[in-house]
Write a protein that binds this ligand. Structure first.
Ligand SMILES: O=P(O)(O)OC[C@H]1O[C@](O)(COP(=O)(O)O)[C@@H](O)[C@@H]1O
Ligand SMILES: [Mg+2]
Ligand SMILES: [Mg+2]
Length: 342
């Protein structure tokens, strides 16, 4: 008989590791897993139901919404707000934070930021997409949380995770005691521990960036891309270039094989494109817990105080040595530019 451990068994066994041992965080992770299973079911039969394609609407960021963006958002909203443990949810698909509006809100301890469906432009072509979530615990428990309480630094997260709907569906999460990955066995409907104590290799040979935007990138980012492409057998260069257009797919590959994912600020995306609260923070927490590094190219992502719920930032996330090399070349290019301007 094959021995396996389900997510629920794992959570129960590791209850003592959780920052708050009352069981509400465990319940929350189970609710996220449940909604993830429902999305996984829909993704897996998407071609034969009426759920592919454009919804005909736009989100607050002016991006066209897919039917599955909306489906995933509604599924997570109803599961999480229905639990009574979550007092507010920040979602890519909602312009404003969505509050739990009933008598349970006084006791609801958790603030969630989430991207219900990441990489959704890939959904119609059967490539990997995912859900990304970030969990904060309220410090106060009086009235509904203020915007300032919602806009917390990523280092305050009590848990974060992602669910990748790929060739298999996996849930990967951290509560600040390392990272564990669970694969969904669809025949029994359970996430089972498949990747215990995940660590990202310190070095990698894959870089991941939308090179179609190369011309718009700042000098230091261009220098790093050129560095990746130069022949040097001692450092296994040139590296491989891979870009799926789905951050969750790039990050998951980096977790397993090593690598760097970059979405820098550029001439056409002055602030960068990736959202701090529900894309960067949770993935930065996971990557750091797996011994990797997550930076804007200049500063640690988890130390940034968000200025708005949909704030975008430049990102460089992945194997520690690769991110540090990119930061070094960005710093050198900026020093050179400053010297030339003086
Ligand atoms: O097409 P581009 O500009 O390279 O952008 C791709 C990036 O945008 C994102 O798709 C944004 O995510 P959403 O699908 O949630 O909007 C990232 O996952 C991805 O890496
Ligand atoms: Mg996204
Ligand atoms: Mg999305």
């Amino acid at each position: 008989m094959i021995a396996f451990k389900t997510l629920y068994q794992f959570i129960a066994e590791n209850q003592a590791d959780f920052p708050y041992a009352k069981g509400d965080l465990s319940r929350l992770l189970r609710d996220l897993a449940l909604a993830g299973k429902i999305i996984s079911r829909e993704v897996n039969k998407a071609g034969i139901t009426d759920i592919l394609g454009e919804a005909g609407s736009e989100n607050v960021q002016g991006e066209s919404q897919k039917k599955l963006d909306i489906y995933a958002n509604e599924q997570f909203m109803s599961t999480l707000l229905g639990s009574g443990d979550v007092c507010v949810i920040v979602s890519e698909e909602n312009e404003e934070p969505v509050f739990l509006n009933d008598e349970r809100s006084r006791d609801a301890k958790y603030i969630i930021a989430m991207d219900p469906l990441d990489g959704s432009s890939n959904i119609d072509v059967n490539s990997a997409v995912g859900t990304i979530f970030s969990i904060f615990r309220r410090q106060k428990d009086d009235a509904a949380p203020t915007l300032d309480e919602i806009l917390q630094e990523g280092r305050n997260q009590v848990a974060a995770g992602y669910i990748i709907y790929g060739s298999s569906t996996m849930l990967v999460y951290t509560t600040g005691n390392g990272v564990n990955g669970f694969t969904l066995d669809p025949t029994i409907g359970e996430f089972c521990l498949s990747h215990p104590n995940m660590k990202i290799p310190e070095d990698g040979t894959i870089y991941s960036v939308n090179e179609g935007n190369y011309i718009y990138f700042p000098r230091g980012v261009k220098d790093y891309i050129k560095y990746c492409q130069v022949y040097d057998p001692n450092t296994k260069r040139p590296y491989n270039s891979r870009y799926a257009g789905s951050m969750i797919a790039e990050i998951h590959r980096s977790m397993l094989k090593g690598g760097i994912y970059m979405y820098p600020a550029s001439w056409d995306h002055k602030e960068g494109k990736i959202r701090l609260m529900y894309e960067c923070n949770p993935l930065a927490f996971i990557i750091e817990q797996a011994n990797g590094k997550a930076s804007t190219g200049k500063e640690r992502i988890l130390d940034m105080k968000p200025t708005g719920i949909h704030q975008r930032i430049p990102v460089m996330i992945g194997s520690k040595n690769m991110v540090e090399k990119a930061e070094e070349l960005i710093r050198l290019a900026e020093e050179k530019e400053r010297a030339l301007n003086n």
